[in-house]
Every structure is written in structure tokens, then in C-alpha cells.
Write a protein that binds this ligand. Structure first.
Ligand code: KG4
Ligand code: ZN
Length: 353
């Protein structure tokens, strides 16, 4: 049941290979969450092909938006505002969602709110944890990003560390390709690791000189590739499950160590994870156990809200909406938008509220 006071956001996400739309009520209640995944299309090529992604988004976007409205049992008339991911991501993919959102905003006169994709990932934690409120520490681990940050307030972030080279998810995908598991590698390594010994091979845990909180995963990826090559040269058969489990443990060890150090140094009693890699079963179990030992409350979204979705954009968009932040029709796709950066947004929306 909707009332006049309810804020209903129609949210759109098309930054990579999922075309997604959602209706979110009052920032925390997801009325619909439609995701059209392109994974199978890109799997043939071993990774996301940007032009194919854009073309598929164009084909699917209206259908996905209509489905999101239908499932939420609302029409565009009931919607308060439109939130859309405008960066970071693939430019051609982002433009599809941004254009659709602008068109709906223009046709209906409803406000438009550009949302940062990573802010969306972090905000996914609010969906199933109604009591969670900033400030807290958060680790964002996705296919394109690895950030350790402090969520100071809704929409306000302080970045403590980030990856200097590959993102955590990228490392999972590259190692999966090297051992012949295919794309996307993360879920496949997660599954295969359960059959392997995480202590079978000691892969490096990289430290970044001069920074406690930055990450580097390219050396680990090279170490795995070298291990495979040298085994092949010696005619030794490789144990894929052991490689997967040992690699996964090396990534998790570094993510957990850096995160817990930050939580301790900044004195937080709340810690959250976000992004596609946050659905990794071993990462979740490790954080669960380590946080419990230290009496830190550990938050994580369900796997469906970890990987790309539009519900998380609706949640982040809601907190922008109530602060009065609006985007005008010059809103553009910004492929390399930094976390905390606010571009193309203002609070001078002249349309009807
Ligand atoms: O957040 P996301 O859907 O997209 C980006 O914004 O990048 O993250 C996708 C990444 C991919 O690299 C994928 O392999 C990884 O998340 N991923 C996982 C798991 N599920 C997805 N990595 C490790 N374990 C998983 N279970
Ligand atoms: Zn993402």
C-alpha cells in the first residue's frame, strides 16, 4: 500500500553487462528488482565486449523498466523520481541507462538523480539491514574496483585504500581463465575452491610500499600464471582445485587483514562488504568469523544485491533525493567517476517535485 508521503524511486543500472531496473520505496524497501544478464553472450569471448553490451542494453532497457514497474504494481505516475547510474562503467553501456532515465524524466516531469555505481554497491547493505546507518567501514570488491573506505554519512565517503593495479574480481576472472574455468571466473573459483586445499600452494600476499590500505593483485595473478607454466614445463599435472583454493585464500587474507586493521585503527564496531566479490562464500565466512572474535558487527548484502542490480541504485538515489540533490538534463556518462566525486548534479532542479 502506497501513501502520498512515500518516496518511490525508479532506478536504472546499465554500467556493465546487466540491464537492470528496480522500484525502491522509502530507500530501503525493494518492490521489484529486474536483472537481465548478458553473461552468456560475453562468456563466448571470455570477458565483456563493450559494443555487444551497449547493443544488448538498448534492446532490453524498456522491457526491463516495464517489468520493474509491473512487478512493483505501480505506474510511472506513482514514481517520485528516477535514479540512474552515470559512472563509473563502460561509456556506451552507461549511456543507454542515462538516456532512458533522462527520457522518462523529461516525459513525466519527475526529478532525475545521477547515482555513483560504487555508492550503489555500498548502499546495497541498507536493503536487508534496516538498522545499519553510517558511520561504518566498508570494503568494496567488484570486477572493476577494490576500495577500502569509511562511509561517513549517506553519500559521504573517505577512501582509505584502493587497488594499484587489478581489481579483486578482475584477478578472480583472470586466474579462472588461466585454469580454463571460463567467464565470469569469481563464482567458478568459489565453487571449485571447496574441493581444493587452500594451503597447497603458497601464493604471495602483496603489500604496497608506504600504504597500509592499498592493494595490489597483479603480482598474485602473475605468480599463479608462473606456477601453471612451470608445472607444465616440468610435465607435472596441475591440480586446478588446489590452485583455485590457494589463490582465493591469498586474496582473502589480504582483504581481511587490511579491512580489520582499518576497523581497529578507526575504532569502528560496524563493518560491511559490497560488490560482486562480496558474494564469495569463503570471504563471507572468514569475515563473519574474524568480526565475531572482535565483537564487530559484520554486514553483507545477499548475493543478488552484491552483483550488479538496480535496487542498490534506488537506495543510494533515495538518500541523494532526500538531501535535495538533483541532476539536470546535461547529466552524462562518466566512465571513470571517482568514489565521492559529484559531477553533473546540483540541487537546482526546476521541474515539478
Ligand atoms: O559488482 P559486479 O557485479 O560488477 C562490477 O561492478 O564490476 O562484480 C563482478 C565481479 C566479477 O569479477 C566476478 O567474477 C566477481 O564479481 N564475482 C565473484 C563471485 N561472484 C561474482 N568473485 C568471487 N566469488 C564469487 N562468488
Ligand atoms: Zn558493480
Amino acid at each position: 500500500m502506497q501513501t502520498n508521503q512515500d518516496v518511490l524511486l525508479l532506478a536504472i543500472e546499465s554500467s556493465c553487462d546487466e540491464t537492470a531496473a528496480s522500484v525502491v520505496k522509502n530507500g530501503r524497501e525493494v518492490l521489484s528488482n529486474i536483472i537481465s544478464s548478458q553473461i552468456e553472450l560475453h562468456a563466448v569471448y571470455g570477458g565483456v565486449v563493450p559494443e555487444i553490451a551497449s547493443r544488448k542494453h538498448i534492446e532490453k532497457i524498456n522491457q526491463v523498466i516495464q517489468e520493474a514497474l509491473n512487478e512493483a504494481k505501480v505506474s510511472l505516475n506513482d514514481i517520485t523520481a528516477i535514479a540512474v547510474t552515470y559512472g563509473p562503467g563502460l561509456v556506451g553501456a552507461l549511456l543507454v541507462g542515462v538516456s532512458a532515465a533522462k527520457a522518462i524524466s523529461f516525459a513525466t516531469g519527475k526529478p532525475l538523480i545521477g547515482v555513483h555505481h560504487i555508492e550503489g554497491h555500498i548502499s546495497a547493505n541498507y536493503i536487508e539491514n534496516r538498522e545499519l546507518e553510517p558511520p561504518f567501514a566498508c570494503l568494496v570488491v567488484s570486477g572493476g574496483h577494490t576500495h577500502l573506505c569509511i562511509v561517513k554519512d549517506y553519500g559521504e565517503y573517505e577512501i582509505l585504500g584502493y587497488t594499484r593495479d587489478d581489481a579483486a574480481g578482475e584477478a578472480f576472472d583472470k586466474v579462472a581463465r588461466a585454469i580454463g574455468l571460463g567467464y565470469p571466473g569469481g563464482p567458478k573459483i568459489d565453487k571449485l575452491s571447496k574441493e581444493g586445499n587452500p594451503d597447497a600452494i603458497l601464493f604471495p600476499r602483496a603489500k604496497v610500499n608506504g600504504s597500509d590500505y592499498d592493494f595490489s593483485f597483479s603480482g598474485l595473478k602473475s605468480a599463479v600464471l608462473n606456477y601453471i607454466n612451470s608445472s607444465e614445463m616440468k610435465g607435472k599435472e596441475i591440480n586446478k582445485a588446489d590452485i583455485a583454493a590457494s589463490f582465493q585464500k591469498a586474496v582473502i587474507d589480504v582483504l581481511v587483514e587490511h579491512s580489520l586493521q582499518a576497523v581497529r585503527e578507526y575504532g569502528f564496531d560496524k563493518f560491511a562488504i559490497a560488490g560482486g566479490v562480496a558474494s564469495n562464500s569463503s570471504l563471507r565466512a572468514t569475515f563473519e568469523a574474524e568480526c565475531k572474535k572482535r565483537k564487530i558487527k559484520f554486514y553483507h548484502p545477499s548475493p543478488i544485491f552484491c552483483t550488479d542490480n538496480a535496487a542498490m541504485i534506488g537506495v543510494a538515489g533515495y538518500y541523494e533525493y532526500i538531501k535535495g540533490i538533483r541532476s539536470d538534463y546535461s547529466l552524462n556518462a562518466i566512465p571513470n567517476l571517482k568514489l565521492g566525486e559529484k559531477i553533473n548534479r546540483n540541487n537546482s532542479f526546476k521541474g515539478e517535485l
